[in-house]
Design a protein around this ligand. Structure first.
Ligand code: AMP
Length: 252
């Protein structure tokens, strides 16, 4: 397994495998079984698998959240090796955002302004920009995204269509704890007490069909609900437990 920090090294790796299919899994590290499911799917469907581990500064709108984002480099590499990853791309921020280019970004002006975008201004610009940059360096055949971040998945799909990108966007089901809590790197920051309450998020949005009732139920369980919206056939939620922001979505 190659560990690459420079764009030039990744390009070289890609060129060496130009006749092969490449499955790409972008992540911010602190890998868990949700990421593993993407890596395993990529492993099955492609000749080569590339994983990026990059805590992307431009998608954070809170300095606190960025600073406190969990890191687990050694465990991440062990999981990557175990999943048969061929190349891990872990660039420094300057490698992705040189001073000369940092004023350029991808902006979506409709869906990205709703749900998470309404509460995290600029977040999806940061996501789409870094994903576009990765795509331009790696030229993956397929790229894998989790349904847990469904708004992100839809926006990446939309960007791919809008710019005629030659990559298949593959969506992967949300991996959950046995109690229903969607796996997330941020779960590591829940206290024991918060962790005990956290599964209520999935239980309530699945079982309480009336939106206002579901909202109230979550608030009375100790969540501070940011949004709870039914759009088309999906129910989306974001809610805080203490200092941790959890998101989820389920079919309606
Ligand atoms: P992150 O490291 O949080 O940016 O996530 C990297 C990728 O893993 C994204 O496509 C996420 O949607 C996906 N992912 C994160 N958590 C889960 C989960 N519990 N189940 C499935 N995919 C996930």
């Amino acid at each position: 397994m190659k560990i690459l920090e420079k764009r030039a090294a990744l390009r070289e790796w890609r060129l060496a495998h130009s006749k092969e299919s490449i499955g790409f899994v972008p992540t911010m590290g602190a890998l868990h079984a949700g990421h593993r499911s993407l890596l395993e799917r990529a492993r099955k469907e492609n000749d080569r698998v590339a994983l990026s581990i990059f805590v992307n500064p431009t998608q954070f709108n809170s300095a606190d959240d960025f600073t406190n984002y969990p890191h687990a480099w050694e465990q991440d590499l062990a999981m990557a090796a175990d999943c048969g990853v061929d190349a891990v791309f872990a660039p420094e921020a300057i490698e992705m955002y040189s001073d000369a280019t940092s004023a350029y970004r991808i902006t979506e002006s409709e869906f990205s302004k709703r749900l998470c975008g309404a509460f995290r201004p600029g977040h999806f610009d940061g996501v789409l920009t870094v994903v576009m940059k990765f795509f331009q360096i790696i030229h993956p055949t397929r790229a894998y995204f989790g349904e847990k971040d469904r708004q992100q998945l839809e926006l990446v799909r939309g960007m791919s269509r809008a710019f005629f990108l030659d990559v298949d966007i593959v969506s992967c089901p949300t991996v959950r704890e046995p109690d229903g809590l969607a796996l997330s790197s941020r779960n590591l920051r829940l206290s024991a007490q918060e962790r005990a309450v956290a599964p209520e998020l999935h239980r309530v949005i699945t079982q309480v069909k009336n939106r206002d009732e579901a909202w109230l139920k979550l608030e009375s369980s100790g969540f501070r609900v940011e949004y709870l919206e039914d759009i088309d056939d999906i129910r989306y939620v974001a809610a805080w437990l203490g200092k941790v922001r959890l998101i989820d979505n389920v079919p309606r």
